[in-house]
Design a protein around this ligand. Structure first.
Ligand code: SF4
Length: 337
């Protein structure tokens, strides 16, 4: 009988790993705590570069699944134990499987912007997150009460690179997401003034720098270097932001219709308990630490347990899929030994 692999988490990484393992002739159980698979991708309007809708990308990934992949939804893994040469994986609802190998593909969660109280998320209606904006863009009813907003601000590094919330890491994708979303807003509302408040701009990927240049030259998006100190609401519901422009060395006070917070990535809830079950070492950024980040990015300290996707650090969707394929190859090599 074919060897059996349990993959935990049915976002893009878990789906892609499962599809590839199945093509290698292995049996796979893909366990997901939510009702449906797809993770954050199912709610994401469009991806950069290429502007592919998140749902279309997801459908394409799912096409790789076949009858060798059993999907077990609504199941939170509560126990994971190494027993001799196999693992037992158990869920909160009594579900249990034996596995020859386990892949952790638990993904990420977005930083809870309410923790940065000074930005007003959850307090003022017109302070939203990048994820909220993506949902509004997908529904096609962006700022439906505002025919033509005068000003919109994007705040970078919300919950990332911030000692106060104990997140020193850069979430890597929020700079390009801010630029992508700022351009999308400008395309819908050409008269609106759009500001990005940033500390550093990290345009590491192919085409990222070009979009940043286009955002300035074609769309006249204004990039202001400085950390937001606070936002308040006036009587009309406008959001007043106070920011120190560190390039010009002067404080600014800008009235915006909407403020969009670029929330960073954190390991998904439950990651810590999974690593604790396996006795994997803790790392400061709380993402799972692979055995060797350069040479063995999909192995962990425990033989037979692998990682795929953003549970081991922020990644774009394309990087996540490449990492998932790499994880499948690592599992196959391990099971052949
Ligand atoms: S990618 Fe940009 S916005 Fe995101 S944490 Fe890094 S520097 Fe900040």
């Amino acid at each position: 009988m074919a060897k059996h692999v349990v993959v935990i988490g049915a976002g893009p990484a878990g789906l892609e790993t499962s599809a590839k393992l199945s093509k290698m002739g292995l049996r796979v159980t893909l366990v997901e705590k939510e009702e449906t698979s797809g993770g954050h991708l199912k709610n994401w309007h469009t991806l950069f570069p290429g502007n592919m809708p998140g749902l279309k990308a997801l459908e394409s990934i799912k096409e790789g699944l076949d009858e060798n992949v059993k999907i077990q939804t609504n199941t939170q893994v509560t126990a994971l134990e190494a027993v001799n040469d196999y693992f037992t994986v158990s869920g909160h609802n009594g579900w249990q499987e034996k596995a020859d190998a386990v892949v952790l593909a638990t993904g990420f969660k977005l930083f809870d912007a309410r923790r940065k109280e000074e930005y007003g998320y959850g307090i003022y209606e017109n302070v939203i997150t990048s994820s909220d904006l993506e949902t509004l863009l997908a529904k096609g009813n962006l700022f439906s009460n505002h025919k033509n907003p005068a000003r919109i601000g994007f705040v970078h590094c919300v919950g990332s690179r911030d000692e106060k919330v104990n997140n020193l890491h850069c979430s890597k994708l929020c700079c390009i997401t801010a630029v992508k979303q700022a351009v999308e807003v400008k395309q819908l509302f050409p008269e609106t003034e759009v500001f990005c408040f940033y500390m550093d701009l990290r345009m590491f990927g192919r085409h990222y720098e070009e979009l940043y240049k286009e955002a300035q030259e074609k769309y006249n998006i204004q990039f202001i270097r400085g950390r937001l100190s606070e936002s308040t609401e006036d009587k009309e519901g406008n959001i007043i932001v106070k920011v120190e422009d560190t390039l010009l060395g002067k404080p600014l006070r800008i009235k915006t219709d909407f403020l969009v917070l670029m929330t960073g990535m954190e390991p998904a809830a439950g990651t810590k308990s999974l690593t604790a079950m396996l006795g994997l070492k803790d790392v400061s950024d709380k993402f799972i630490r692979p055995l060797d980040e350069v040479l063995q990015p999909n192995f962990t300290d425990m033989p037979g347990v692998f990682v795929a996707g953003t549970c081991s650090g922020p990644k774009s969707v394309s990087e996540t899929l490449a990492d998932a394929r790499s994880a499948a190859l690592a599992v196959e090599a391990f099971l052949k030994e």
